[in-house]
Design a protein around this ligand. Structure first.
Ligand SMILES: C[S@@+](CC[C@H](N)C(=O)[O-])C[C@H]1O[C@@H](n2cnc3c(N)ncnc32)[C@H](O)[C@@H]1O
Length: 231
């Protein structure tokens, strides 16, 4: 039976690019756990912000591939790191799936005009590690983890952009760390009209990860607790 996700042996690499790790696997596991819903959702545009090695966007493209190979979904992947752009393109090619891969800083993204309100599925494993603020946005591999105060600096830039890019039926899957205060992230998104649900929880000796799914909920009442499962 063909693999439903990217194969590690076919994932390309570079010393300055984040290798698939526990957080990448948690995000792909969350997508797999929600695969039936994703297929029923029939996304037209899917996007990964911060694609790194390309493991996640490639896995998403494989798991949504139609049996007749009809290319009905368009995929975009972006990363601030130009090495990641090349490595992601190689990983996609090695798995015979396609995405448009762009070097882009989500904090000053040129994609807002082009993809405004179009993205049906967005996936993000952001740099979430709490670090001194001056480490955020440095060149190369440091940009993969350096998240500034509470690990929230890049996350807080991604969320408003995600709100603009997501379509009316758009879903966002995001990895967060307990230290990022995920309840506060859910509250911020709730104020923008999104409900949320934890799809995957992972605890290691070093970190406690959640993969949270957000979707627009027109019935959401301000003050209502909408996240299913406690954070
Ligand atoms: C934790 S790594 C995740 C890589 C890959 N998605 C995975 O799960 O294995 C975070 C990625 O976000 C990228 N990144 C960091 N800041 C960014 C920004 N402002 N805009 C776009 N990408 C960014 C990094 O270069 C890195 O590749």
């Amino acid at each position: 039976m063909p693999s439903r996700i990217a194969q590690i042996r076919l994932v390309s690499g570079h010393p300055e690019v984040y290798e698939p790790c526990d957080d990448s696997f948690a995000l792909v596991d969350a997508l797999l756990a929600d695969r039936k819903n994703l297929l029923e959702h029939q996304p037209v545009f899917c996007m990964e912000v911060g694609c790194g090695s390309g493991y996640v966007i490639t896995s998403l493209a494989i798991m949504l591939k139609k049996e007749d190979n009809a290319a009905s979904v368009s995929y975009f992947a972006t990363d601030i790191n130009p090495h990641a752009v090349r490595v992601t393109s190689e990983t996609l090619k090695a798995h015979t799936v396609h995405a448009e891969v762009l070097c882009d800083n989500i904090a000053s993204s040129g994609l807002e005009t082009r993809l405004w309100g179009k993205v049906d599925v967005m996936v993000v494993n952001p740099p979430y590690v709490p670090t001194p603020e001056d480490e955020v946005g440095r060149e190369g591999i440091a940009s993969a983890w350096a998240g500034g105060e509470n690990g929230r600096t890049v996350i807080d830039k991604i969320l408003p952009v995600a709100d603009k890019l997501l379509s009316k039926k758009g879903w966002l899957y995001m990895v967060t760390l307990a230290a990022n205060n995920p309840s506060q992230i859910c509250l911020f998104m709730k104020e923008k009209g999104y409900a949320s649900r934890i799809i995957v929880r992972r605890s290691t000796e070093e970190e406690s990860l959640h993969v949270i799914k957000f979707w627009r909920d027109p019935d959401l009442q301000v003050g209502e607790i909408s996240t299913i499962g406690s954070l």
